[in-house]
Design a binder for this molecule. Structure first.
Ligand code: UD1
Length: 351
């Protein structure tokens, strides 16, 4: 079996780091394509270097652009690549980015069976570009690899249960695979001067926050009222819009962190404050309470006992949420029925 995997944005490199070795183990040949959606070294190359993801055979060098530009560009170049290097037995796409959508459309129109890893996640908010990408990709997929029970229910409601396979969350696999290495290579003192539990860790990159000055102000005004420093590894999207926003003295803006650095920072944080889909789960798995800078999450399991709280960008809600303590145990999140999700994905594909 020969599969073509398309990655392009930071979280997809992490997911491929878990799935690619499992494919190899199952005897599946993989050709890895990088769409070029993320092109900064700190958003892309470091992940390959650090996680041992096989080097992409080609980089489609898409870069930034409007949604249509980015999606269209990837489609044109991927279709050509696939036609020149195929045939492929499957195309694998991850998550919900424009890269995911482009890969899904090319596979579907080329009659190549499509596998969607992290299928069935829904925020029920179509103002998020990711929600549109997810819905379309799921509709076109032959293998819907769902990370959670709720994801399988979402797919059932859309009439897609026949092709749904609950496998668990490949990002949980990645944390298991890399957490020890993170602590060895990046002990806390090498990534921050703060002591364990004496800082908040934040990331902000969603358009709902970065493209809305009122929201950004609400978030930074809240940060200024917090009793601990806020470590903020900054995505270039956010950096570009920060002019005009006053950064409070207790906020430490840093370059984007690598995955391993981020694992260490997350493990030791007092709380995580983020609009990222992946980081909210990592905080949960490490038992660190999380404040979600969005109105909703795809993982409502995390609300139980206040392990996660959605505050949007509301200044007062953010400040209040930082003193809420979880009131009981967590539920299971992302654990697969057969252990590692990646291994189950590989077995399902190998059929
Ligand atoms: C994308 C995904 C989002 C995912 C995130 C992870 C979509 C619609 N969004 O958001 O779901 O959570 O990746 O990080 O696909 N930029 C750079 N350098 C880069 C990449 C981006 O400077 O290497 C800047 C550019 O100004 C660009 C902006 O970030 O215009 C947005 O990049 P884009 O890839 O469109 O989306 P993300 O915000 O990264």
């Amino acid at each position: 079996m020969h599969v073509c995997t398309l990655v392009g944005a930071r979280p997809q490199f992490i997911k491929a780091a878990a799935v690619s070795p499992a494919l190899k183990e199952a005897g599946i040949k993989e050709t890895l394509v990088h769409s070029g959606q993320h092109y900064d070294k700190l958003l892309s190359q470091v992940f390959f270097d650090e996680l041992g993801v096989p080097a992409p055979v080609v980089n489609l060098e898409t870069g930034s652009g409007s949604h249509a530009t980015q999606t269209g560009y990837i489609m044109v170049r991927l279709e050509k690549f696939i036609n020149e290097t195929g045939p492929y037995d499957a195309v694998i796409v991850y998550g919900d980015t424009n890269t995911t959508l482009a890969g899904a459309l090319v596979a579907a129109k080329g009659n190549i069976p499509l596998a969607h890893v992290e299928s069935g996640m829904r925020s029920f908010n179509q103002l998020m570009p990711e929600e549109i990408n997810r819905i379309v990709t799921d509709r076109l997929s032959k293998w819907l690899f769902a990370p959670t029970e709720i994801a399988t229910q979402n797919l059932k409601q859309e009439g897609l249960e026949e092709n749904t396979i609950l496998v668990g969350d490949v990002m949980l696999d990645a944390t298991h695979m890399f957490v020890e290495r993170a602590q060895e290579l990046y002990p806390l003192e090498s990534v921050t001067r703060h002591h364990p539990r004496e800082y908040f860790l934040s990331t902000i990159h969603r358009p709902s926050n970065t493209d809305n000055e009122e929201n950004l102000r609400g978030i930074f005004d809240a940060f200024g009222q917090l009793p601990l420093p806020v470590v903020l590894p900054l995505h270039p999207r956010t950096k570009a819009v920060l002019t005009g926003i006053t950064i409070p003295d207790n906020v430490e803006v840093t370059r984007p962190a690598s995955y391993l650095e981020m694992l260490t920072l997350t493990l030791n944080a007092n709380r995580v404050i983020t609009d990222s889909g992946g980081l909210q789960k990592e905080a949960y798995w490490f038992g660190v309470p999380c404040i979600i800078l969005r109105e909703e999450t795809e993982y409502p399991e995390m609300f139980k006992n206040n392990w996660s709280i959605c505050t949007g960008a509301n200044e007062q809600s953010i400040v209040s949420a930082t003193i809420v303590k979880p009131s009981g145990p967590q539920c299971r999140l992302g654990e697969g029925p057969e252990g590692y999700a990646s291994a189950m994905i590989a077995r399902s594909l190998a059929g």
